[in-house]
Design a protein around this ligand. Structure first.
Ligand SMILES: [Zn+2]
Length: 492
């Protein structure tokens, strides 16, 4: 496999070419709402690079850090917390780590979603080490860089203006102070900085408070465009990606590159940009609650299948992920079929990407999900299903959840309720227990030709007789699962 197969291989090979003893991969997220598929990409993409590096050379020392940007200001009420709007509004503008969890369960608003993120990352067997950015500030790791930026504020401001294409307001500073009285970070202005004692004076436009604070008090964060290259420097990052919004011309990546080179005197980490995850063309959004939350999705789709579908595309392509009943079943089929791809055969580009995506999150397929779903739909009892097919214990809980939550696709949502037939009796009589599902299926087509009745009509008639519906799972498979002799006894 070379770097043309998949973007993760291309990026891993770029890292290997750096020829370093230790490789550091960084990524970051603002945990301001429930984890959605876009947030999964934030840790999944670095994970993919990590796994390729390890496949290339298991001895390679790779560190991965996932920064939870918990000093970002609370700025919206997410769809899952609408009932707590009044509490949340009181804390608007405070850093997420200093805002309350409106339900009073977690230590802070940030902790609520950081905890969810941790759990979900664990389900994906993520190797990223999650770090609260507030811990890095509290350990004083940003202070010397903040001092550096404040001492050269005119140069820094000019770089930010030039790279963003935006004129910054008079009085702009790298420091965003946390107000000592009301706790807001989004309404303060730094008025003055004294480098001799690393102290700044600020005014809060929300509550009118004016005060002084030292960098070592750690009651501030840096403006995003400086914050980002600074954590990359602190953690000695070799690679960090971002969404297209950061990597567009005038985006924060352009600023970060310039800050690394012109102020920090180091080469920026390798960058890579990725597209959005879309649902019917719309961006998944945590505040508006568009799309299924990942915590709910993972009850009905195994994580490696979610991962596969986020990894099988080109990196910059937008990913359309629509978790409807039928589409999810097709996604599971697609994942399972990728297990059959032979890398030594002639493969299309799409097949190569699927092959890599599958192998990054591979699981041995014992029996297909669709097959288990069909048998469970027929028997509704695993002990009975076990008499007919091999079971994959892992899939069982998902299938049960599909039934519990009403997620079963229409074609599989049936009960065997046989009724006697008046038509096509000679067709049904011709079946015998030695026939495969495909034999049965073909026999219906042959019969339809022979009597010049459209096959669809015969199918509909038989579905009605077997399950009281106009359609269902593939007829041959259904009859095979039910047992030919049993069907003949029941409907003839
Ligand atoms: Zn204030």
């Amino acid at each position: 496999m070379d770097s043309l197969w998949h973007w993760s291989i291309r990026l891993a090979d770029n890292l290997i070419r750096l020829n370093k003893n230790r490789i550091v991969i960084t990524a970051g997220i603002t945990p301001s709402g429930p984890v959605h598929l876009g947030s999964v990409c934030e840790f999944l993409f670095p994970e993919a690079i990590y796994r390729v590096l390890k496949m290339r050379n298991n001895q390679i020392d790779v560190k991965m850090y996932f920064i939870a940007d918990v000093l970002d200001a609370l700025d919206s009420v997410t769809a899952d917390l609408q009932d707590y709007e009044s509490v949340i509004k009181e804390d608007m503008g405070k850093p997420l780590i200093l805002a309350r969890d409106p339900k009073g369960i977690y230590r802070s608003y940030a902790e609520r979603y950081v905890e969810e993120l941790r759990q979900i990352m664990r389900m994906f067997n993520s190797h990223l080490e999650l770090i609260l950015v507030s811990d890095l500030y509290e350990r004083g790791m940003f202070d010397k860089y903040t001092d550096l930026y404040m001492r050269q504020i005119d140069r820094v401001k000019e770089i930010v203006q030039k790279t963003s294409g935006r004129e910054l307001p008079h009085g702009w500073t790298p420091i965003m102070a946390i107000c000592g009285r009301c706790g807001r970070i989004d309404r303060t202005r730094v008025l003055f900085y004294d480098p001799s004692v690393q102290e700044y004076e600020y005014r809060c436009d929300s509550c009118g408070h004016t005060d002084r604070a030292k960098l070592e008090d750690h009651k501030y964060k840096l403006q995003w465009r400086l914050h980002w290259p600074t954590w990359q420097t602190i953690l000695e990052s070799d690679i960090e990606g971002g969404g297209v919004d950061h990597f567009t011309k005038g985006g924060s990546r352009d600023t970060a590159v310039a800050i690394h080179r012109e102020i920090l005197n180091r080469e920026p980490p390798i960058g890579y940009k990725y597209g959005f995850v879309l649902l019917d063309g719309k961006k998944y959004s945590k505040s508006k609650g568009i799309g299924m939350y990942v915590r709910d999705m993972l009850k009905i789709v195994p994580p490696e299948i979610v991962a596969y579908h986020l990894l099988k595309y080109d990196l910059e392509e937008n990913i359309d992920f629509n978790p409807t009943k039928d589409k999810i079943l097709n996604m599971i089929d697609d994942y399972e079929s990728a297990s059959q791809i032979d890398p030594t055969s002639e493969l299309s580009r799409a097949e190569r990407k699927k092959y890599v995506a599958f192998n990054l999150f591979r699981r041995d397929i014992k029996v297909s999900f669709r097959e288990m779903l069909l048998y469970y739909s027929v028997y509704r009892d695993w002990n009975k299903v076990r008499n007919h097919i091999e079971l994959d214990e892992y899939y069982m809980s998902y299938i049960e959840n599909w039934y519990r939550t009403g997620f079963v696709p229409e074609d599989y949502d049936f009960t065997y309720r046989p009724s006697k037939i008046d038509e096509y009796k000679d067709l049904v009589s011709s079946w015998h227990s030695g026939m495969s599902a495909l034999d049965i299926h073909n026999s219906i087509y042959d019969y339809s030709q022979k009597i010049s009745v459209p096959a669809q009509e015969i199918f509909r008639y038989l579905y009605r007789a077997l399950i009281g519906k106009d359609r269902g799972p593939r007829m041959g498979k259904l009859i095979y699962a039910l047992g030919v002799d049993r069907v003949k006894d029941d409907i003839l």
